[in-house]
Design a protein around this ligand. Structure first.
Ligand code: T4K
Length: 395
């Protein structure tokens, strides 16, 4: 355990970990079962285009979520693009800036303007009280993001959408296996979009999924992700290639198979972090609602540098020196990245909470790749950094 300042790697001590600990280290699951599935795919000689593994993956996900339609896709970004187009969004769409860049890009890619809304600092998700002032005659919709797997203000957004005649969809990239008021995420708005990227707790190497209870919309999205083919030699709609392949679906299925164990590991890790960081000044760990289902896939710290005596960036630098590759998702905010930074140079004036949070957030490693001992070491380093913050200032 590093409890002297001289032990810290940033002060010349050896790094705490020989191999880098990553945020988003993939959970691999049952390797033998997975390899068996890969062999099956080769035997089938059916590699993509709505094969049996994709169909099974969709059916399993639909059962878990309790939703009528699950449409598997190659990734969540393309899935978002397709949903946005399928429900007819145009002009301007209100989104949080505090999200992964894909949420904004999925709009701008189709020349729809993302209008950035500030977040509620307590939830890190879009602040419904700040939406209406952004509505113009060009606004056609709202995208809520269930950041860290915690549902955004679904009830309030639904109410605004209905009253102002705006379409509502959710970026649920982080929220597979999570619930809101006892109902699984995937059932809200016109449609919701999940990610199964390698870094997600359920992964399909790369993958995404659209869920909806609307039969007509589901049929349209199925056409659109397959070039608009309504049957052999018959294109009935504009479309693109958003298909998931069989290998990805097999990985996704295997991942779902092990989902309970991964959630249990994530929850155990979360509780350990909570215990080991409990009394540290200026450090707070986000809370997950114990009354709901959560996947606990992100360990999210907020660092108040004035109280901790060390800034988020200093702490990150220290952890990196120890081979703990903490990340500052989603710094610096979409509005301060291109092309939005050039399009809307003054957007930050309306995003004070987003900008504040961007400077305070730090994501730590979790998942099946780390254990209790690793967490104790990580938290011990954070504790030492805070205890000796005065000496560290000049390094
Ligand atoms: N909406 C939201 C709210 C999202 O967060 C995302 C994706 C999307 C939409 C779009 O979903 P997809 O189109 O990707 O399905 C990563 C992921 O690439 C991205 O999927 C994810 N969000 C985002 C939160 O995280 P980066 O830029 O952090 O990726 P990268 O390569 O730095 O990897 C993260 C860490 O994981 C690294 O420390 C290395 C480690 N890693 C990564 C991979 C790929 C591994 O250990 N093994 C691996 O195979 O974006």
């Amino acid at each position: 355990m590093k409890n002297r300042v001289a032990d810290l790697a940033i002060c010349g001590g050896p790094p705490a970990f020989k191999e880098t600990l990553h945020v988003g280290r993939p959970n691999i699951g049952d390797r033998d079962a997975l390899l068996k599935s890969f062999n099956q795919i080769l035997d089938n000689r059916w590699l993509t285009n709505n094969g049996p593994f994709v169909q099974e993956f969709e059916a399993k996900a639909a059962e878990l979520i309790g939703v009528k339609h699950c449409i598997a896709m190659c990734n969540a970004t393309v899935a978002l693009e397709i949903v946005i187009r399928a429900i007819g969004l145009t002009g301007e769409v209100i989104v949080p800036s505090f999200t992964f860049i894909a949420t904004a890009h999925a709009l701008q890619w189709q020349e729809i303007t993302p209008v950035f809304c500030d977040i509620d600092p307590h939830t890190h998700t879009i602040d419904p009280r700040k939406i209406e002032r952004l509505i113009t005659p060009k606004t056609t919709g709202i995208i809520g993001v269930h950041l860290w797997g915690r549902p955004c203000a679904i009830t309030e957004l639904t109410e605004i959408g209905e009253r102002r005649n705006l379409k509502l969809i959710f970026d649920a990239a982080h929220a597979f296996g999570c619930s809101h008021k006892g109902r699984m995420i995937g059932n809200f708005g016109e449609a919701e979009v999940f990610s199964f990227h390698a870094t997600k707790f359920i992964n399909a190497f790369e993958g995404g999924m659209v869920t909806t209870n609307n039969d007509e919309l589901a049929a349209k999205i199925r056409l659109m992700k397959n070039f608009g083919f309504g049957g052999y030699d018959n294109v009935v709609h504009i479309g693109t290639n958003g298909k998931m392949n069989e290998v990805c679906a097999a990985m996704g299925l295997s991942s779902i198979e092990g989902m309970d164990q991964v959630i249990a590991a994530n929850r155990r890790n979360y509780k350990q972090y909570q215990k080991d960081l409990a009394d540290l000044p200026g450090i707070s760990l986000i809370r997950y609602d114990e009354a709901e289902k959560s996947n606990y896939q992100y360990i999210v710290l907020e660092i108040d540098g004035t109280v901790a005596g060390i800034s988020r960036d200093q702490l990150m630098k220290m952890l990196h020196a120890e081979n703990i590759f903490a990340r500052r998702y989603f710094y610096p905010g979409c509005h301060r990245m291109e092309p939005y930074r050039s399009y809307f140079p003054h957007a930050g004036l309306l995003l004070p909470e987003t900008e504040k949070l961007c400077d305070r957030i730090l994501i730590l490693p979790t998942g099946t790749a780390i254990d209790e001992g690793d967490i104790k070491t990580i938290c011990g380093i954070i504790r030492t950094a805070i205890d000796y913050s005065d000496s560290i200032q000049n390094i």
